[in-house]
Design a protein around this ligand. Sequence first.
Ligand code: SF4
Length: 342
Amino acid sequence: MTATSDAAVRPTHDVLADARAQVLERGEGLHEAQVLEVLRLPDDAVPALLALAHEVRMRWCGPEVEVEGIVSLKTGGCPEDCHFCSQSGLFSSPVRAAWLDIPSLVEAAKQTAATGATEFCIVAAVRGPDERLMAQMREGVAAIHAACDINVAASLGMLNQEQVDELAEMGVHRYNHNLEAARSYFPQVVTTHTWEERWQTLTMVRDAGMEVCCGGIVGMGETVEQRAEFAAQLAELAPHEVPLNFLNPRPGTPFGDLPVMSSADALRTIAAFRLALPHTILRYAGGREITLGDLGTRDGLLGGINAVIVGNYLTTLGRPATDDLALLDELSMPVKALNTTL
Ligand code: SF4
């Protein structure tokens, strides 16, 4: 028998058996080449793959699901050119620049807390915060903490050390900053800043003791190898939470004409990321409705996902909060309580 090439495909059974021993039994995430093997499994292997990813999630994270709310403090008009994003001011997408006032912010936090959510993330479409935004954060975070019992997270773009320290001091509990894509693919996605600049913000946040929330978007034209590379880079960062988005092509953006990812690919990706990151909160973020639909949403929750956003995403309408909460109830997945996150 001749030597096999790198691209030789191992039997599904072997790939899954190795993943079972390494990830489920020992709690060690798959490395890049193994993630690639998983991403290349045939469609008929997807149910077994999802079942394994679900076992891994139950074993290493437990049955609880983290429920999070998200609100946009500043929408649209962003100077950056992330090619998937309808909030960039550089494209002809219809999202207009707008600011939310503090009373509305507090009201949104209260409504989010009332759903049982434990995290409320304040998002702004900016390259990084300016003085005005930092002042609003100071006022807004204090007002939310005074009004309701919920952790406050933030997503305000790239930070300098001073801003990292200030956010930590305000009591911001988690910071979201997505790497968006593999390092090798990032220049095809964003040209106004670098992957390395994003990485630098993330390491400062981590070193300041805030929880790191970092994920990205799949289905942006990257190769399957780059999808595996991205999972490995996230595993190196070891974020507390990984939001996994599927590209929802927005009209007017450079990626507006890309095809929607197939649901089999999306499910394979969910399971592969769970196997690369067995201890991380893996969150459904944007694009799941159009990629997966209702049935796929259930498959993902039984295939490694353990966090959801309630209510609207930033620029597109998500499923109503009650639908997700009813589904969690039906699947006997308890909503994580606030006191278990503190
Ligand atoms: S993803 Fe963020 S930084 Fe990029 S254009 Fe959109 S709002 Fe701006």
